[in-house]
Structures are given as C-alpha cells and as structure tokens.
Design a protein around this ligand. Sequence first.
Ligand SMILES: [Zn+2]
Length: 301
Amino acid sequence: MIFRIRLFSLILFLLFSTSCKDRNKISLQINAKSAMNYVQKIAQIAPRYSGHPNNAKCANLIAQIATANGADVKLDKFNAPTPYGKVEFQNVIATIKGQSEKFIIIGSHFDTKKIDSIPLFQGANDGASSTGLLLELIRTINRSKIKPYYSLRFIFFDGEECFLKYSNNDGLYGSRHYATIIKEDKSSELCKGVVICDMIGDKELKITVPSGCDAGLTKELFDVAKQNGYGKYFAWSSFDIIDDHTPFKKIGLPTVNLIDFNYGKHNRYWHTKADTVDKLSEKSLKIVGDVVLDFIINFEF
Ligand SMILES: [Zn+2]
C-alpha cells in the first residue's frame, strides 16, 4: 500500500512537473521559403553601403515589411564622421512588445561593404541573409499571435562594415550609436541579452561563436540548438571577432554573435562578387532561424 501511494505520488509529480515545463514552452518554426524571399529582396538592393542612396531605400523596405508584420518600427537617423567625411546612417528598430519591459536585442547589419571594384556588390550572405532572417522571425511571431515574455527589439544596424579599417571611429557605426544611447538613458539595465546574426545563410553552415562572447548566454543557445537537433551546426570559435555585438559587450551586456566566417573554401566568397544568393540555402536559414526563435521566445534568464 505504501508503495502504491508513493508510486501514485511519483506519477502525479511527474505529470505536474512535465505539464509546468510544457505550459511555458512555445514551439514555433520559421518558413524557410519566406525567409529566403526576404533575403533575395534585400540582396537585390545592390550595393547598399552606408551613404549610398540604396542604403536608405533598403532601410525603408525593412521598415515597411516589419511594420506590415505588426512590429512597432522606428527609423533612427544619425550622422557620423567617417574616413570619407560625414555620412548619414540609419538604424531600423522594430519592437515586438512582450509581457515584460525587459528586452532582448536581436541584431543584423543590412549595409554592404563599400567595394569600388564591385559596383553591384550584393552582400547576399554578408548583410542580406541575417536581415532577411530577422524579418522572417518578426513575421512568424506576429502570425502566431503569441506575446513573448521579454520584449524583442529587432535592430537592423547600418554601417557595420568599416570604410577602411575597424577602429573606434570606423565600422560598427549603427551598433556603437545604439549601445551609446541605451547606456546613456540607462535602458541597457533592462536588456537581458544581445543576439547578433551575421553571415548565416551559407549552404555549408557552421556557426562559430567568437571566443569573446558571453559563456552563459552562448551555452544556453547551444543547448537550444541541441534540443532542436541542430547541435552540430554550432560551436565556439578559437578566436575572437569584431562585429555588431562588440559595442554591447563593451557596455557590459551578455552577447552572442552567430557568424559563419568560413564562406566558401578558406572564406573565399567573403567580400567578393561571389557573395550571391545561389551560395545560400533555405536549410541554413531554417537552422539558424528556428534556433534563434526558440531561444528568444523561451528565454528564461
Ligand atoms: Zn562584411
């Protein structure tokens, strides 16, 4: 009899604990075709380096798509000195309100590298892939009608690429600008984490997180990748890298940078005219998209 009661309690406990866990967990998946469609639309606006008329055109398209998909969108225009003189930049900030004021930043740069020898540089992987993916994340969350716990700030950064050489005054214009704003107005205190996506569309996907990223946040993300059956596509890199997460790391926020910095053999497609949509795959967008989506809507820090 005692055994039976204990067994009964155990079953009750198991049922209860499982249902509690399942109640909070939201399962959502992106539509990879739709993601690729957005990537193509962005890549077609070529080139779109900061200061080029196409750059503003691209920012407006992002704003239009995010607004049509239910996000609260702001265009933040600012000027900054560059090695080529003053340039106007614009970040696009698309917010999905959560139950909490606390928020997560999900970022991608949409600008292309200014390469004078490639007048129509598409930056299909380097700029367009992550930008299209973020738009698909917004669309998927909006369609699902869920209200995530944390507010989600999707930020499309301008000016990630440097004109000459990365320094405190060249490159990362949009992310440096935004990190300064949230530090100065102290809203960074409400930020739970920063997830940056960059070059995530390569057919031969292997995301390698720069060694300087936050260990705890990155481990959480790797766990989510494993739960989705995609663990093998994510690993730590043995070296650090400068990207849009860097300014947020500098103001003390936990950051994870999802980047596949081996694009073609020995990274040979990177910053070349070969960075075109045919090098990308829907499957890669889906792998990164589903992992990031699961991570940001079920995030429990
Ligand atoms: Zn680049």
